[in-house]
Design a protein around this ligand. Structure first.
Ligand SMILES: Cc1ncc(COP(=O)(O)O)c(C=O)c1O
Length: 401
């Protein structure tokens, strides 16, 4: 994102997949798929920290950890430099490594499975529930084997996974649960926040997330010993300078990132309300696509608003996305290729045959529509109008907001 975009407070992006949102509609600015906020408060926080001279894992990081605790029921919080680092550090500090298997969804960002491979363990892919797009507890139960050490539910798009069902399977087989909550800041299940169900939960502060820190991550846990290990591991195994107790890495968060994260955290509740309001408008207005279902007891935070496009799968979905873009609406596909089909997981894929029909179907049908809090009512109307027109409901049919 550019400085001008940053200073205008609305750095815009097509999507992680590189969607350009080049509109064919004359005079209309395209509706962006995502719009990370870097406003004057964020800029002021960065300048303040840089002038202070305390720039790495100092007071801002400590304050960010303390404040983030309020979002996760007072769990211990350990800030690191990315969500991937949080997942990797948690698995490593739990002693998961070579010879172990970790059950993960294949329908996720590659980072979930990358973290498993980074500690030398094997990802075992289980299928998803077609409603929530998250791990199906029955599929998890079927994937358990003698080497399974943990299960990693991903709260995809901001919708919590079925933690009661997954928790029962984990308990029955003595598995650790590591939640990938990188897309789900503040989402709850029967009032309980994600990140508090498992042994540990991990969050990302990448710019397009519901809140960001430019880059960054947070590991949260109730376990004091795991907290201590995480604190050591992120800082070369040191609590005291040059008294390295264990082998560690440099996964430290800077105070610059933490200061931005603190500004964003203060606005998360307001932004989540807007995401929910936007999702309601889309639910009410869209015709012809399958809008995202919300399971009982779930407070969705709509990191993405993901529909299923009608038709015969991938080609129809891709054509729909391209036409939507021509009408000035940026859509994005998360994720077009399931992890088990990525070249980076070819070896794991070769070791067995994965039967993941719901994962394959989702990868061919999903499309995320703009839902971010910076959308104006007019932009929302354009999203609904363009999508409905493509489904044969007229240019403005179904728009109720
Ligand atoms: C589901 C999921 N897991 C993990 C990550 C990794 O987070 P980060 O990009 O901060 O390393 C992301 C970020 O995109 C994600 O969406």
């Amino acid at each position: 994102m550019t400085v001008e975009e940053a200073e205008s407070g609305r750095a815009r992006t097509g999507a992680g997949t590189g969607t350009s949102t080049g509109s064919d509609v004359p005079g209309e600015r395209p509706v962006a798929a995502a719009a990370p906020v870097i406003g004057s408060e964020e800029v002021a926080a960065v300048v303040r920290v840089m002038r202070s001279g305390r720039v790495v894992q100092g007071p801002e990081v400590a304050a960010f950890e303390a404040e983030f605790g309020a979002l996760v029921g007072g769990r211990h919080c350990v800030a690191v430099n990315s969500g991937t680092s949080a997942l990797y550090a948690v698995l490593h500090c739990m002693g998961i490594g070579p010879g172990d298997e970790v059950i993960v969804p294949s329908f996720s960002f590659a980072a979930s499975a990358n973290a498993v491979r980074l500690v030398g363990a094997e990802p075992v892919f289980a299928d998803i529930d077609p409603g929530s797009f998250c791990l199906d507890p029955e599929a998890v139960a079927a994937a358990v084997g003698p080497r399974t050490a943990a299960v990693m539910p991903v709260h995809l798009y901001g919708h919590p996974a079925d933690m009661a069902g997954i928790g029962r399977v984990a308990e029955r087989h003595g598995l650790a649960v590591v939640e990938d909550a990188c897309q789900a800041h503040g989402a709850t299940l029967h009032g309980r926040p994600v990140g508090t169900f498992g042994t540990a939960g991990c969050f990302s502060f990448y710019p397009t997330k519901n809140m960001h820190a430019l880059e960054g991550g947070m590991a949260v846990t109730e376990d004091r010993e795991l907290t201590r290990r995480l604190r050591l591991f992120r800082n070369q195994g040191m609590e005291q300078r040059y008294r390295n107790e264990v082998v560690g890495a440099n996964l430290r968060m800077t105070d610059v990132n933490a200061a931005v994260g603190r500004v964003q955290l203060r606005r998360l509740e307001e932004w989540t309300k807007r995401r929910r309001r936007n999702a309601k408008t889309l639910d009410a207005g869209l015709r012809g696509v399958v809008v995202p279902p919300v399971a009982a007891g779930v407070e969705h935070v709509y990191h993405q608003y993901t529909v299923r496009v009608p038709g015969n799968g991938r080609a129809d979905r891709d054509a729909f996305a391209a036409q939507l873009e021509r009408r000035g609406v940026g859509g994005a596909v998360y994720y077009p290729v399931p992890i088990h089909r990525l070249p980076s997981f070819a070896e794991a894929a070769a070791s067995r045959t994965w039967e993941l029909p719901e994962t394959e179907r989702a990868a061919a049908e999903v499309l995320s529509l703009p839902v971010h809090p910076s959308l104006s009512d007019e932009e929302l109307r354009r999203v609904v109008g363009a999508a409905n027109a493509l489904c044969g409901f007229g240019s403005g049919a179904g728009v109720r907001s």
